[in-house]
Design a protein around this ligand. Structure first.
Ligand code: IP8
Length: 245
């Protein structure tokens, strides 16, 4: 089983709020159709969820955020998710939306049987699709749950063979300006200028990846603009990207 995160910057246009990169999404999904293993998909917020969460100053810390902000972030993620679901439908997949509120309780604790349900669903010819979202927490608080965090939460219980982060870049860079790629993340330090968003940017992403790796799950970062690399990573063929194992 493989868990794949479609990063916000590969599926949406971060320069222009509320716009998707439909061609890019379709090309990636078409490539994924050639994968023989079961997959679970998570997608990020990009210029949908992040756009609104920044506007309403909402973060990963549970707090009492503006109600309109909560509502608008949630709606924008449903909209983006619908676009992703359609792309999977059109390509011949049977996507099955599984929002994070299905498997995280009001205390922020993962519900194990729900996550195992997701695993069962993926074995039955359906593709579970989840996404970063704003979640309700007890005492009228809420928080932004990143898709990267969902990758770790699911990996702990599902124990996939691989976790793949599809980016809008070749992988993780040690120097963003010079696009100096880290091939093996194990001991190198990422350049934090690479991604900066409301859920903690590249540092959080790498921290999540490290947590996944400690579960004995191989982690790849690959460029979604070169979808063949996703397939090479899955097939254990030499590929351009960042590996953590
Ligand atoms: O793009 C964040 O998910 P991410 C989702 O995976 C929202 O960090 C709602 C901003």
């Amino acid at each position: 089983m493989i868990i794949i995160k479609l990063g916000g910057s590969i599926i949406t246009n971060k320069q222009k709020s509320l716009t998707v990169k439909l061609n890019r999404i379709n090309k990636i999904v078409e490539k994924l159709k050639t994968v023989k293993e079961e997959i679970i998909i998570i997608h990020g917020g990009g210029s949908f969820g992040h756009y609104w969460s920044l506007k309403y100053n909402m973060h990963t810390k549970p707090m009492k955020y503006n109600s309109h902000g909560i509502s608008i972030v949630k709606n924008s993620m449903v909209e983006l998710n619908k676009i992703i679901l359609n792309a999977f439908f059109k390509t011949g997949f049977n996507p099955y939306v599984f929002p994070a509120s299905n498997f995280i309780n009001v205390h922020g604790i993962p519900i194990i049987e729900k996550i195992l349900e997701m695993k069962e669903i993926s074995k039955s010819g359906l593709v579970p699709i989840s996404y970063g979202d704003v979640l309700w927490r007890y005492k009228r608080r809420s928080y932004i749950l990143s898709g990267d965090r969902i990758m770790t939460i699911l990996s702990k219980i599902i124990k996939p063979r691989l976790a793949i982060f599809i980016l809008n870049e070749d992988g993780i860079y040690s120097n963003f300006a010079k696009k100096k790629l880290i091939y093996k993340l194990n001991n190198e330090k990422p350049d934090i200028k690479m991604i900066n968003d409301s859920t903690g940017g590249i540092e959080r992403k790498c921290n999540e990846a490290k947590q996944i790796q400690t579960l004995n799950v191989k982690v790849f970062f690959v460029n979604g603009n070169k979808p063949n690399r996703i397939i090479d990573a899955i097939n254990n063929v030499r590929f351009v990207g960042t590996l953590l194992e």
